[in-house]
Design a protein around this ligand. Structure first.
Ligand code: GMT
Length: 371
């Protein structure tokens, strides 16, 4: 198959999943054409069968805001015609689905241009829900030839928010469990966490939805009881606030800020627990990657995280502001080697259910259905 993929190329769950999807499809012999303003960050080496088409945005004095989404639809049209794409798959509704719709109209009724929109979370909960985008998001969802959501929670929320009367397929996010797996030598090699310490890790784009303050407060309280370190990976709007808070709590020598990292596997393998106390999470792909490396997850019971983390089995889920319970759950796991081992084995078992070898064929089947 020849598949076009459009996503946000910078850091973030939807871009990461779209890129991994492209890599997995290419591995299976499909031709994948990424169309975006930048090479997606995960496509950081040569991959057979993967092509990248950069969308050029015209700067012009009249354009205070250059209309990227229009240039994108022109590029989609060009690539569809030149490469003979079978399907276009866009990730994150705004503006990608709108560009794909415009492409379809430009190509005309006789073309067989079909597009699938995968909704990831904030394109519904924050962006799509905003009054400036609500009507367009509803229109784009209804105009897509196929719609997928990354969790049952997101599907229901999309139906309720936009009053959608169209079939929506749930296709869960996935992880390559042969790459994301426990390797004890990583911890030694990196040397971030000493032998007598335990590690807690959080990876995100530091947006307010991630509840960064709670992460630091939870860690501060665990640190009083257990010799541990907190590894924070990523960057974003609350990064400076996080640094300031760590300083205020006098935790500078206990919290390691790493910024953005392309390869998080050795970092996950340096830790013992993953913390994701988000206010909302439609799926939580970073939690899945952590589970795959055998890390129990302490997270929240809002959104789709509960479809990934079995409460009490491979982690614990609480209300976003129930800091006390999260601290107790972390201490409960970290203070018992036996408990840590049992939960770690369960974490890995859970991740295997979301292995790319299971999920990619579901995407391919869906492509065939829509085509
Ligand atoms: O919130 C993020 O981390 C970024 C955001 C995105 O769209 O890039 O992530 C969303 O998509 C991910 C991949 O499907 C999901 O795992 C995240 O749960 C979701 N984020 C939220 O719902 C807040």
């Amino acid at each position: 198959m020849k598949i076009g993929i459009t996503c946000y190329p910078t850091y973030g769950g939807s871009g990461a999943i779209a890129s991994e999807l492209g890599i997995e499809l290419a591995k299976r012999g499909h031709q994948v054409h990424f169309i975006s303003y930048e090479l997606p960050f995960k496509i950081n080496k040569f991959y057979k069968n993967i092509y990248f088409h950069e969308v050029e945005v015209l700067e012009y004095p009249l354009f205070k805001y250059p209309p990227y989404s229009l240039s994108l639809s022109v590029k989609m049209t060009e690539i569809f015609e030149n490469e003979g794409l079978d399907i276009m798959h866009v990730h994150y509704a705004i503006p990608h689905a709108a560009s794909a719709y415009l492409t379809q109209r430009m190509l005309g009724k006789d073309s067989n241009f079909k597009f699938i929109t995968t909704l990831h979370g904030t394109d519904i909960t924050i962006v799509g829900n905003h009054s400036s985008f609500y009507k367009l998001t509803k229109f784009c969802i209804e105009s897509s030839n196929g719609i997928t959501c990354v969790s049952k929670y997101l599907k229901q929320l999309t139906i309720d928010t936009f009053n959608i009367n169209k079939n929506i397929e749930v296709i869960y996010n996935f992880v390559d469990t042969s790459k994301y797996k426990r390797n004890e030598t990583d911890k030694k090699k990196l040397g971030l966490i000493k032998n007598n310490e335990l590690g807690i890790i959080h990876i995100s784009n530091f947006r307010p939805v991630k509840n960064i303050r709670n992460i630091i407060e939870i860690f501060c309280r665990i640190n009083r009881e257990i010799n541990c370190k907190l590894i924070l990976v990523g960057d974003g709007p609350e990064f400076a606030f996080a640094k300031e808070t760590v300083k205020r709590f006098d935790l500078n020598d206990k919290v390691i800020f790493l910024g953005r990292k392309d390869n998080v596997i050795p970092l996950l393998n340096s830790a013992n627990l993953y913390l994701l106390p988000s206010k909302s999470e439609s799926f939580g792909v970073s939690a899945l990657e952590a589970l795959s490396c055998g890390l129990p997850v302490i997270g929240t019971n809002v959104g789709g995280l509960k479809e990934v983390v079995a409460n009490g089995v491979c982690g614990y889920l609480f209300d976003p502001d129930d800091i006390n319970s999260m601290v107790n759950a972390c201490l409960d796991i970290l203070s018992s080697k036996r408990k840590m081992e049992i939960m770690s084995a369960e974490a890995r078992k859970t991740a295997l259910k979301f292995d790319s070898r299971i999920v990619i064929p579901i995407y391919l089947e869906y492509y065939r259905k829509i085509i």
